[in-house]
Design a protein around this ligand. Structure first.
Ligand code: UD1
Ligand code: MG
Length: 452
């Protein structure tokens, strides 16, 4: 049963492109128009930590982006469903009518539950901007926000099997059913995608550029699955050897092409990703160095949740995670600070030296409390791997300082000090390189460990 009726997909897809252009223009116009209200009426302003000036910059502008994004997604609802609606009102037998209605309800539940999760993410992000929620308190909220998505996944008989890579098959068989663990994994996915963008932040343009590149990567991936009139498609066996093979569902390896269900899922993903690109591009204009607007946590949460939504609803969560390689690296690197083993200052942004206008790695200082054995061990391993730089007391070898464990400080450590604009460009290149690697793994290397 198609998720969204893909029979004539193009009118709705073109409408989505139109909505995305509108999203771009609306964001471009509304962010500067509403910024002063955020500063004056709601006191939502931030100081740019890496500048000499201290003018208040409107904070939480992600709320403007999220509002435009969600309102446009709501206005868009009639478009993909127009064929279903037409078939409902177009006569036919009673059974056909009932089947059509059931299918329309199902499609709507997918769409509406996605909107619900996006709204929850907006609420959480905005509350975080206003109240600075402690991160252990805000961690479970995306888990709860994902429940509507998981229920819809369950209701459509969602697959919880994973295909075992060929080398492991003698031990585990062809498929392993993860059952409830798969649901746990999907709910953790939303926590990861929302928070991982938020903790790779602090320089102008960083949050929004990550979201933009991930969204474009998802779009490129979706386009591979559309029924193109001309034959530039990648060979069927590559699409067919799905890591996310659907068993018991309507399609599996050999049926990848022409499966309307698969096309429908990727259309759904496009409908959510195209306007996101519009919004991110529009916002990036104002957030680019030197920033005139800050995204706030709202933008990080909404974009992160949008990625979880498409990954879960369109069943490509593992491919999606491949687009998060820099975020996964940053998260793993951050763990000692996130879990309190190494002190985590309120801001881990690089250190700005006004005289040279360059950024240097910032440091966490141990002060009176020397590092625990575990902290010393981890930091020494990280230092050996070149991930951090330590300042050690020469008399007793105790660690006094370490550079903060983020990918931004790591880049500065390895490539040397650079200015903020250069650093965000390096970050963008890293993200793009990550996506290229993701495509190679997904469509190249996957063929080595999975058969068609
Ligand atoms: C996360 C990071 C924190 C980082 C902060 C920067 C973790 C655990 N937390 O915290 O280390 O310092 O993001 O966003 O890794 N800002 C700038 N320039 C920018 C963007 C933000 O100076 O381009 C500053 C502004 O003062 C702004 C503030 O960061 O007001 C926003 O920080 P916030 O998003 O509230 O920080 P967290 O997400 O809690
Ligand atoms: Mg933040």
């Amino acid at each position: 049963r198609p998720l969204l009726d893909p029979v004539p997909p193009l009118p709705a897809l073109w409408a989505s492109v139109g909505f995305s252009i509108f999203a771009f223009i609306a964001t471009l116009y509304l962010v500067p128009a509403l910024g002063p209200t955020f500063v004056m009426k709601a006191n939502l302003k931030g100081k740019d930590l890496l500048k000499v000036y201290s003018d208040p910059i409107p904070e939480s502008q992600g709320l403007v982006c999220a509002s435009i994004y969600i309102l446009l997604l709501i206005l868009f609802i009639p478009f993909p469903f127009s064929t279903s609606i037409a078939s409902l009102s177009g006569g036919g037998s009673k059974i056909e009518g009932l089947l059509g209605a059931a299918s329309l309800h199902h499609e709507l539940s997918v769409y509406l539950s996605s909107l619900l999760s996006l709204l929850m993410a907006t609420l959480l992000g905005f509350l975080d901007d206003v109240f600075d929620i402690r991160w252990r308190h805000k961690l479970p909220i995306p888990l709860i926000a994902a429940i509507p998505l998981l229920m819809v996944y369950y209701a459509e008989g969602g697959n919880t099997h994973v295909v075992v890579p060929i080398p492991l098959r003698p031990f585990l068989g062809l498929l392993v059913n993860l059952g409830p663990l798969y649901y746990l994994y999907m709910s953790l996915l939303s926590t990861f995608t929302t928070n991982s963008i938020n903790i790779l932040a602090g320089i102008n343009g960083s949050e929004v550029s990550q979201a933009l590149i991930i969204a474009i990567s998802v779009i490129v991936n979706d386009l591979l699955y559309l029924p193109w009139p001309f034959d530039f498609r990648i060979p069927m066996h590559l699409l067919g050897n799905q890591i996310e093979v659907e068993v018991g569902g309507a399609w599996h390896a050999g049926m990848a092409y022409g499966s309307s269900e698969l096309v429908g899922r990727h259309l759904f993903s496009l409908y959510f990703m195209l306007p996101l690109v519009g919004v991110c591009l529009g916002f990036m204009y104002h957030n680019w160095y030197p920033a005139r607007a800050f995204p706030g946590d709202t933008l990080c949460y909404v974009t992160g949740m949008a990625f979880s939504v498409v990954g879960i609803q369109a069943h490509f969560s593992k491919t999606l995670l491949l687009f998060f390689i820099p975020q996964i690296f940053n998260f793993l690197l951050s763990c000692p600070q996130l879990f309190g083993i190494v002190p985590c200052p309120r801001h881990r942004v690089p250190r700005f030296v006004p005289d040279t206008n360059l950024l240097h790695p910032s440091k966490t200082v141990f002060g009176k409390r020397p590092p625990t054995r575990l902290a010393s061990l981890i930091l020494r391993i990280f230092a050996t791997l070149g991930l951090t730089e330590l300042t050690v007391d020469p008399t007793n070898g105790v660690i006094l300082e370490a550079t903060n464990l983020t990918i931004l400080n790591f880049l500065l450590l390895r490539l040397g000090p650079m200015n903020e604009k250069k650093l965000v460009q390096v970050l963008i290149c890293t993200q793009i390189a990550g996506s290229v690697i993701a495509f190679v793994i997904r469509y190249g290397l996957a063929g080595l460990v999975y058969d068609g």
